[in-house]
Design a protein around this ligand. Structure first.
Ligand code: ZN
Length: 184
């Protein structure tokens, strides 16, 4: 566009090769730009309202156990939501005597004790023990379960730990119980 001597803005006259006068084009452009800008602003505002960051971080060594948890849920046709969650291996205070811990922070944090992990990560039976502890913590963090006094993954005294790792049928009983009694 050009500015005339009286400082009014004049549209540029665009003559195309076929002779069509398109001096209306700047007006179309202006309207298009305004519309596009409005659309982009609306989209940004709308997306800010809708997108909630889903933080689901799992340490590499623990990923197979997490996958297994979701596979077990799917086998039982149970839909489990993924909360904002961080799962990692760290040293837990020895006074707790805990192999795993769930911290109800935002995001929720699950910690598997480093010594417990190192001791068990090299054998099949040990891996099942790690799975048991992780499933216990997922019971809290994902299924909303509390501790119970029974032969259950959710028993705080881990009474089912050896039973869980002894056979597939024992495991199935405990995993069935874990998912069946989840908080709705
Ligand atoms: Zn617990």
């Amino acid at each position: 566009m050009t500015i005339s001597q009286d400082n009014t803005i004049q549209p540029i006259e665009i003559i195309m090769r076929n002779g069509i006068d398109l001096h209306i084009l700047p007006h179309i452009h202006r309207r298009l730009i305004v519309n596009l800008t409005c659309t982009i602003i609306i989209l940004i505002i709308a997306s800010c309202g809708k997108i909630t960051p889903n933080q689901f971080e799992v340490g590499e060594e623990l990923r197979p156990y997490v996958f297994q948890f979701f596979i077990e849920a799917e086998r039982r046709q149970i839909l489990v939501k993924r909360p904002n969650l961080i799962v990692s291996i760290k040293s837990l205070p020895k006074v707790t005597l805990a192999y795993g811990m769930t911290y109800y922070t935002d995001p929720i944090e699950i910690v598997i004790d480093q010594d417990f992990y190192q001791k068990n990560c090299n054998t099949d039976q040990g891996k099942l023990k790690i799975q048991f502890i992780l499933f216990h913590e997922f019971g809290h963090a994902i299924l909303g379960r509390s501790h119970i006094e029974a032969n259950s993954i959710m028993n705080a005294k881990t009474v089912g730990l050896d039973y869980y790792s002894c056979s597939q049928s024992c495991r199935n009983i405990l995993i069935n119980e874990l998912f069946q009694k989840r908080a709705s």
